[in-house]
Ligand binder design. Structure first.
Ligand code: URA
Length: 187
């Protein structure tokens, strides 16, 4: 499938029960030739209403975090593991992640990113390894099939616990360096 076909199929998806309660499918935003892809866990209330990932309070902080290393949502691609809001902001169920993950896989097949940044524990457990420990392993780099992957704290966690922010700044500087090492576009 090309991007347009994928988008059309994804926004009419009814493969799991999240379709019954969503307002919008949150497909993802950004450059379709991005070398850096950020992956969150799933839409919250604001994202569901607006159809765009990371537009609530967490999203504002994520934008600020990207700006610290000269990135913006226009320069990367941002998506989630699940495209529809889990009711009451619960974690997406493993079955929902598995079914919806095929949309993400198709997005990644088109994007062919050099770097994947998992935003938060759930995305890291899905993308990097099921026993990923965010407190111990954030900022570390993992290579899978030539793609460089890392995880940072979810901005919602940084809003709850600002003492984690300095570590995240170190992780973001590591991301900046990795971009310099492996990306060819001017970021
Ligand atoms: N949290 C996420 O993980 N993704 C979003 O899109 C918004 C909040």
């Amino acid at each position: 499938m090309d991007w347009d076909a994928l988008y059309k199929a994804c926004i009419s998806c009814k493969q799991c029960r999240l379709a019954d309660t969503r307002t919008n499918v949150v497909f993802g935003v950004g450059r379709r030739d991005a070398e850096v892809v950020l992956i969150g866990e799933g839409p919250g209330q604001h994202e569901d209403l607006q159809g765009e990932p990371f537009v609530g309070r967490s999203g504002q902080l994520l934008d600020d975090m990207l700006a610290m290393i000269d990135l913006s949502r226009e320069k990367v691609f941002i998506a989630n593991i699940v495209k529809c809001r889990p009711p009451g902001n619960r974690d997406p169920l493993p079955a929902e992640q598995e079914v919806c993950g095929s949309w993400l896989e198709q997005q990644l097949a088109l994007l062919r990113p050099k770097i994947i940044v998992c935003v938060g524990r759930i995305a890291a457990m899905y993308m990097i390894k099921p026993d990923f420990k965010i407190t111990r392993e954030h900022g570390q780099w993992f290579e899978q099939e030539g793609v460089h992957m890392t995880a940072i704290y979810h901005p919602a966690a940084l809003l709850r616990d600002p003492s984690k922010r300095p570590e995240t700044f170190v992780d973001l500087r590591g991301l900046r360096e990795k971009i310099r090492d492996v990306c060819t576009s001017t970021y």
